[in-house]
Ligand binder design. Structure first.
Ligand code: SF4
Length: 234
């Protein structure tokens, strides 16, 4: 039942958010300057951690102009890199992790980003969310990439009842056909940026409000309040 609901929601959202989302790219998911390959997506996704998309874009541009390939980045000095990626925040930590990732991929994986989640999460600053993002956007492997928007909106809508993103990932996988897993991040992130905003969801403008638990409960609450004020009013 919930699975059918997920599919219906994705179908509706896909009609309004064509292009989806991708860390470090514009809201249409398009930036023809950098290829959407595992190396670029991995680096951009690490840069995107704990910062806004605009900052990720600036840092990605600085970095990829100076180091366009994994091999060049593997030889980079983390101190120099940290200056280039400063707009993304946590520059020392991210620079060290990015150079570390590139060296491991070059030395242990023949220069190819591994495709298995279990292998990817061994890389510095790569967790399940980053791994799923790379698999979805750069490898076309169905994956549920759960960021704060996906976790928040899935719970608001009543698709899942979970406390943390990892539980949300597994719960969404269980109720969604595998071929739609990657659509979850693609469309819920855009929805969270444009309509279901973190502190003030614009439910009146939401095309999936009729399937949203938060909205339906909120409407019932409003009706209850209106009913009680009319019976107790003058
Ligand atoms: S109805 Fe409101 S809370 Fe529900 S998904 Fe839409 S904007 Fe978010």
């Amino acid at each position: 039942m919930a699975g059918n609901k997920v599919v219906k929601i994705l179908d509706v959202l896909s009609t309004i958010y064509q292009g989806g989302a991708y860390p470090g790219r514009n809201s249409e998911g398009l930036n023809p300057e950098w290829p959407c390959d595992p190396f670029h997506v991995l680096v951009a996704t690490i840069l995107s951690q704990r910062t806004k998309d605009d900052n990720t874009r600036k840092a990605s541009d600085n970095l990829f102009h100076r180091y366009p390939t994994l091999e060049e980045l593997a030889e980079a000095d983390p101190d120099e890199l940290s200056v280039l990626i400063r707009p993304a925040g946590f520059p020392n930590q991210k620079a060290k992790a990015i150079v570390g990732c590139c060296r491991i991929i070059r030395d242990q994986y023949g220069g190819e980003v591994p495709s298995e989640t279990e292998e990817m999460v061994k890389l510095p600053m790569v967790g399940r969310k980053t791994a799923a993002c790379v698999r979805s956007y750069a490898m076309c492997i169905p994956s549920v990439c759960v960021d704060t928007h996906v976790h928040r909106i899935s719970n608001l809508m009543g698709l899942v009842d979970t406390k943390d993103p990892e539980a949300t990932e597994f719960a969404l996988m269980a109720i969604t056909p595998e071929e739609r897993w990657s659509d979850i991040n693609r469309y819920l992130v855009r929805h969270g940026q444009e309509i279901c905003l973190p502190n003030h969801p614009r439910c009146g403008k939401c095309p999936v409000s009729d399937m949203c638990r938060y909205n339906l409960e909120h409407q019932q609450e409003t009706k209850r309040c209106a009913g009680s004020s009319s019976t107790t009013g003058p």
